[in-house]
Design a protein around this ligand. Structure first.
Ligand SMILES: O=C(O)CCC(=O)C(=O)O
Length: 222
């Protein structure tokens, strides 16, 4: 797997590292995340940006040696962690994330994100959905309908998704999905009543110039 990471990533726009984090790690991340949400009075928004700002536990997670090795293959030796966010879906926060690419949210150089399952994720509780290879289609128009008020202001349009080869990324807690910021992705609503939490961390090549990102408060070079 390790030798093929770069090749697979370039062809498909994503790679999966199964079992990257242990049960113990995941337990610690969920406990710490619960405290962070409580301390910051976070309710039903479903997304909290800045876990590594809030706790060193997440800074350490961002620098997991096996993950860093994979990122170095994709990005090169100059890997910079920019930011992370918790995407927490449960019985009260059950919406699916709409189809989008991440690139229009930050522009500048292309970034690499890592979606880490903090719960087992299935179609019933809101696993990720992706279109393999869609990162090769470039940046789409992002004029999708936002009238549901669920945020995600840069959405793909239905026409971008119709006829595409969509796959569901079923994951066990501890699995990590590394993906390109042009990859078309979304998630199912969580109709299970159970938690479906994920941590998404974003990285860049430190050799690339970029604007000052106000959200990258805990950025560090790995
Ligand atoms: O975990 C999910 O629901 C997807 C979230 C997502 O794609 C994002 O926040 O950019």
């Amino acid at each position: 797997m390790t030798e093929n990471i770069k090749e697979n990533y370039e062809r498909e726009g994503y790679v999966i590292i199964r079992g990257l984090f242990s049960e113990e790690d995941i337990h610690r991340y969920k406990e710490t995340a619960r405290e962070v949400l409580k301390q910051n009075g976070v309710g039903k928004e479903g997304v909290y940006v800045g876990m590594a700002v809030a706790s060193p536990v997440f800074k350490q997670a961002a620098a997991h040696p096996v993950l860093v090795q994979a990122l170095q293959q994709i990005i090169g030796d100059n890997v910079v962690f920019l930011s992370d966010k918790l995407v927490f879906k449960d019985a009260s926060t059950d919406f699916g994330s709409p189809w989008h690419q991440d690139y229009p949210y930050w522009k500048g150089s292309h970034k690499v994100s890592v979606w880490i399952a903090l719960d087992d994720a299935t179609p019933e509780n809101g696993c990720l959905r992706i279109v393999p290879g869609s990162h090769l289609l470039g940046s789409a128009s992002h004029d999708g309908d936002t009238s549901d008020g669920l945020g995600f202001k840069n959405r793909l349009e239905n026409k971008d998704i119709e006829g595409q080869n969509i796959i569901d990324v079923v994951a066990s807690r501890g699995d990590a999905i590394i993906f390109h910021d042009l990859l078309y992705h979304a998630s199912y609503p969580n109709s299970s009543g159970q938690d479906r939490w994920a941590l998404i961390s974003t990285y860049k090549d430190g050799a690339q110039d970029d604007p000052e990102y106000s959200w990258a408060k805990a950025a560090f070079q790995i």
